[in-house]
Ligand binder design. Structure first.
Ligand SMILES: [Zn+2]
Ligand SMILES: [Zn+2]
Length: 398
């Protein structure tokens, strides 16, 4: 890395680290070990020169009962049960608290990670040679009680997604477009309370109508931590240019997603030759969900069981793209929104189809070098690498 870039703050706005689940606990799995093939662990973050991460917990709390591609849900809205969460009401709150507890213990047990709640905290951590970690979730489980938001803020939550692959009662997600499919009245109250508390709102995974509603309700800038343009890859979860523009107009930032399918829809269409989900597996899934719903099975025990058995991939072949295609995503977003509104999300650890050349946190410098090779100035690369997300964090949470 050249001297010119050595002061650069690099922020990955949405990622996970491998963890193990029991019915009682979540434990991060050997985070200090550089395990080949993993996308994120502490040594890889350090090799990648990463200064700050938003470490996401609390999702997925969903159980997939049907692998039907999400875009089919648009064609058949409200007709099929695609995904439902185990964790609702009090168990949802407990699930999120358990995740935050795991992140806190991870940071306390590591000399390299520091839990932070401000941009000042990020800069202090970096000065001390550590990586700033922000609590993050993509499934804001609050048991429909605004007091939980205030409690999470006290625990250090400063940036939050709203909904993951399963809809919540107060907000719809990208994978199942219900009607009406935006925010309910309570959902609007959630947005106002997040504004009041100074918690940055992340709309990745929210349905298009929900994004419209959040843009309308939020008095603060918002972000989409890990979403690409639909114009580049029209998967349902990606953003329209209009949404990218409106997020930018409000002062927000969109972080790029590093799954090849999010960069080129052909990579999704080309997935194949896997076992898929059989009718008997689907029936078993439905029964499990039913058992949790009816109280016959503890949701934490169910999750532990599902997680240990989840090694079965839906597909065996995952086409990928190269770095150039990912830089095309940046180019498009810069053209739509300006370089001040683009950042790096990634969604590392559980991607099956990482972009070749940016296959994990350790390859962040390669991605930044590819931006420079495309003609971005050092100042523009600094902005995209981290300063943009830090700016919006400063505006909303500091
Ligand atoms: Zn996500
Ligand atoms: Zn994620």
């Amino acid at each position: 890395m050249s001297d010119e870039t050595s002061d650069r703050l690099t922020l990955l706005a949405h990622l996970h680290i491998q963890r193990d689940f029991t019915a009682e606990r979540i434990e991060y799995r050997e985070p200090a070990v550089d395990v080949p093939g993993r996308q994120v662990d502490v040594p890889k973050l350090k090799r990648g020169g990463v200064s700050c991460i938003w470490l996401s917990e609390g999702a997925p709390g969903e159980f997939t009962v049907d692998p039907t591609p999400a875009f089919q849900a648009v064609q058949r809205p409200s007709t099929a049960l695609f995904r439902r969460t185990f964790f609702e009401g009090a168990s949802g709150v407990q699930r999120l608290l358990r995740g935050f507890d795991a992140v806190r213990r991870l940071c306390e047990g590591s000399g390299d990670l520091e839990l932070v709640t401000s941009t000042e905290g990020v800069r202090r951590a970096v000065e001390a040679g550590r990586i700033g970690v922000l609590l993050h979730t993509e499934n804001l489980l609050i048991g429909e009680d605004l007091a939980m938001l205030r409690a999470y803020h006290e625990l250090g939550l400063r940036v939050t997604g709203l909904v993951h692959a399963a809809p919540q009662r107060w907000i719809d997600c990208d994978s199942e477009q219900r009607v009406p499919s935006g925010l309910t009245e309570f959902g609007r109250d959630v947005i106002h309370e997040l504004n009041e508390l100074g918690i940055l709102i992340d709309v990745s995974h929210a349905s298009m109508s929900a994004i419209d509603d959040v843009l309308e309700e939020s008095s603060d800038p918002i972000v989409a931590s890990h979403s690409n343009p639909k114009a580049i890859s029209p998967i349902q979860r990606n953003l329209t240019d209009e949404h990218i523009r409106r997020i930018a107009d409000g002062g927000g930032v969109v972080g790029i997603h590093c799954s090849s399918a999010f960069v080129d829809i052909e990579c999704q269409h080309g997935r194949g030759e896997g076992p898929g989900i059989s009718a008997s597996e689907r029936d078993r899934g439905m029964k499990l969900l039913d058992d949790v719903r009816s109280g016959r099975l503890d949701p934490f025990a169910a999750e532990a069981g599902v997680r240990t058995g989840e090694a079965q991939p839906l597909y065996q072949r995952f086409p990928t793209v190269g770095l150039d295609a990912l830089v095309d995503v940046v180019d498009h977003m810069v053209n739509v929104a300006g370089y001040e509104h683009v950042g790096i999300g990634t969604d590392f650890e559980f991607l099956e189809d990482v972009v070749e050349g940016f296959a994990g946190a350790h390859e962040t410098p390669q991605f930044l070098a590819a931006l420079e090779a495309r003609g971005y100035s050092a100042r523009e690369v600094d902005a995209i690498a981290g300063e943009n997300f830090l700016r919006v964090m400063a505006e909303v949470i500091d």
